[in-house]
Ligand binder design. Structure first.
Ligand code: HEC
Ligand code: HEC
Ligand code: HEC
Ligand code: HEC
Ligand code: HEC
Ligand code: HEC
Ligand code: HEC
Length: 434
């Protein structure tokens, strides 16, 4: 089988080149290596939060409501070990393969306790790897990673929720199947709570397999909690939270930076993954991979921060992400709830002033339509879901690729989309609740 492997490597080298150009993958400049474990030059010990961490199970006894609701959010479910429960795609015959062309397909199968992706070329298997880690809550989709000793690689097939179907992994070509895309540290930095990141001479990222804390958990946003836990256990009467990150005491840019770490697209790293802490200045750790002047061409994917900063709402107030989002709760798809948050500024002068907005905000100037209750849904007209130009998904069978739809954070006026929304509302009739 060695010859088959070798051919795969040649193919992979070629396609890595393609993917490099395609994704403009960042080129992290790592610090000067220090001697350490043989073969490993740098150990980012703090990336695992080590002994200062208590683990989120320890927060339950005093913060039950937040723990319960967080466990249902996309953040909390954003990564997990692979299992029948965490993998959303189907392994049933007929639905368990993706065909690239008449020579090539990937078959998704369960063998014993393992779930596998097996690449077939002209009737024989040439590579087969296990699903080890699931990335993505499955709100929109999932990608899968496998371990090769301490290195993580991305598998060729992903899952796309709107079509309930396996698909070619985003950014992968459709005429090659490869397993050799190594996952950079940032992938885990954005999708997990902590991981011990190690680095080799050539800058390749290695992980300590046993150190990964899956999902985006309390301590990702509030910092390690062991000292907080110890203090409050010893002082049950204490009403003020100690030794923990208080978001409400941070400045606006600090609060924005702490979300922008993961919500301003892929960034160019100055310091290694997992070194940023909530409260730090993000620009000292990494820089955005886009020019702020070219916001017209910004992709909607994953860059909520960049887009929000181009909105009038943002520049004329002291708004931050928490003006609209309560990250402890799964609020996906609740247009009415979000619209009330718009009204906090656009309808209620008192609250608007608290958020740094001018005392009187005009409401919607759009001519009233009798079929429509504007206040039920401000967002489909002013923050519409738009097709991502970067994330295109190829489903099995060579159908036309689909664009991932993402809610833009450029809050603005979109006359054509508004007109379409109105005709849909008229067609649905006055009782549709729109
Ligand atoms: C023994 C009880 C106890 C445990 C366990 C505990 N906390 Fe707290 N925590 C408190 C008390 C008391 C406060 C202050 C009152 C409040 O804000 O709820 C607090 C406040 C907080 C705050 C609010 C800070 C602010 O902005 O006001 C955060 C964040 C927090 N805890 C996070 C955590 C995390 C994360 C864990 C688990 C690692 C944890 N707590 C475990 C008792 C506890
Ligand atoms: C460590 C990286 C990270 C940080 C920090 C982070 N996010 Fe996220 N966020 C993600 C990832 C990854 C997803 C996608 C999760 C998924 O579906 O798998 C996500 C999803 C979301 C979603 C969509 C999920 C939904 O329920 O609609 C919202 C909204 C969101 N984040 C807001 C925020 C806000 C606001 C902050 C700052 C308070 C923040 N995030 C901080 C990584 C992060
Ligand atoms: C994605 C980031 C994120 C995660 C994960 C997260 N928090 Fe928070 N937390 C925040 C933000 C942002 C605020 C401040 C919200 C505001 O300004 O109103 C906050 C505020 C708090 C507060 C004080 C205000 C309140 O709502 O009571 C407590 C207590 C708290 N968090 C506990 C927790 C616990 C416990 C967990 C884990 C179960 C957790 N948080 C997970 C971002 C996060
Ligand atoms: C800079 C932070 C960042 C990095 C790096 C990153 N992601 Fe994400 N990812 C996000 C955010 C934020 C979202 C959700 C919001 C969005 O799409 O705008 C997301 C969404 C996803 C989703 C869809 C989840 C769902 O169901 O909503 C998948 C799958 C995913 N990422 C896989 C990966 C993989 C695999 C890697 C590494 C090769 C990676 N991501 C690297 C931030 C990141
Ligand atoms: C923190 C307060 C605040 C919140 C929350 C807020 N806005 Fe605004 N918005 C403003 C301010 C201030 C302006 C600028 C008004 C002006 O210049 O006259 C504005 C302007 C606008 C404009 C005009 C944009 C343009 O380019 O002309 C629209 C449309 C708008 N907001 C819609 C919304 C929607 C929809 C939401 C909810 C998703 C929302 N706003 C939430 C404060 C806010
Ligand atoms: C003016 C209100 C507003 C502000 C401010 C805001 N958002 Fe959102 N955000 C929304 C709405 C509305 C949605 C759509 C929710 C839905 O469809 O369920 C959304 C959706 C999202 C999503 C999911 C996008 C998708 O389509 O998958 C992410 C991620 C997100 N927001 C992150 C952020 C971050 C990070 C910030 C701060 C930089 C932020 N938001 C600030 C209103 C806001
Ligand atoms: C059917 C689509 C639609 C809905 C629903 C809608 N708007 Fe608008 N809105 C528009 C359009 C189109 C304009 C531009 C109208 C014009 O040309 O004056 C506008 C204008 C605005 C403006 C700009 C006013 C100015 O001074 O320029 C604000 C603010 C605004 N809307 C807020 C909201 C809020 C808040 C909601 C929810 C309560 C909402 N809109 C619901 C389509 C809509």
């Amino acid at each position: 089988m060695i010859w088959l492997r070798r051919r795969n490597i040649v193919v992979a080298l070629l396609s890595l080149l393609i993917i490099w150009v395609n994704t403009q993958w960042m080129n992290p400049s790592l610090p000067v290596p220090k001697p350490g474990v043989p073969g490993i030059n740098t150990v980012y010990a703090d990336s695992a939060m080590s002994s200062r961490s208590a683990g989120s199970a320890a927060c339950l006894s005093c913060h039950r409501a937040i723990c319960d609701s967080l466990s249902l959010t996309a953040h909390y479910l954003s990564s997990s070990p692979a299992s029948a429960a965490s993998i959303k795609g189907s392994f049933r015959a007929g639905r368990n393969h993706i065909v690239y062309n008449e020579h090539m397909e990937v078959v998704l199968e369960k063998k014993g306790k393992k779930f596998l992706q097996s690449a077939w070329f002209n009737g024989s298997v040439y590579e087969s790897e296990a699903f080890d880690i699931v990335i993505g809550s499955g709100r929109k989709g999932q990608s899968y990673l496998y371990w090769d000793s301490n290195r993580l690689f991305q598998l060729p097939v992903s899952y796309y929720t709107p079509a309930d179907s396996w698909c070619n992994s985003p950014g992968y070509p459709t005429n090659l199947i490869y397993f050799n895309k190594q996952v950079p540290g940032e992938c885990m930095e954005c999708h997990a709570t902590s991981a011990r990141v190690l680095s080799l001479d050539n800058g390749a990222t290695l992980f300590d397999k046993n150190s990964i804390v899956y999902g985006i958990d309390c301590e990702r946003c509030h910092g390690p909690g062991a000292a907080h836990l110890a203090w409050h256990t010893a002082h049950p009467g204490e009403k003020e939270g100690r030794d923990i990150i208080h978001w409400r005491q941070l400045g606006r840019q600090q609060r924005l930076d702490a979300c922008a770490l993961c919500h301003s697209g892929f960034r160019k790293e100055i310091l290694p993954s997992f070194s940023f802490r909530v409260g730090d200045t993000l620009a000292q750790f990494s820089t955005p991979n886009y020019s702020p002047d070219s916001t017209a061409t910004l992709d909607v994917h994953g860059n909520q921060y960049g887009l929000l900063t181009t909105s009038k709402c943002f520049s004329s107030s002291s708004m931050d992400c928490s003006s609209c989002h309560n990250v402890h709760v799964d609020e996906f798809n609740r247009a009415g709830l979000f619209s009330r948050r718009c009204m906090n500024c656009h309808d209620q002068p008192g609250q608007a002033a608290q958020m740094g907005a001018p005392a009187r905000q005009s409401g919607c100037t759009f001519a009233p339509v009798k079929e429509l209750k504007l206040e039920n849904n401000c967002i489909d007209c002013h923050m519409p879901a738009l097709p991502s130009q970067k994330i295109l998904l190829q489903l099995s069978g060579g159908a036309t690729p689909l664009h991932d739809m993402i809610r833009t954070h450029h809050i603005g006026i979109y006359p054509d989309i508004s007109a379409k929304y109105i005709s849909a509302a008229k067609a649905a009739g006055p009782r549709s609740g729109r």
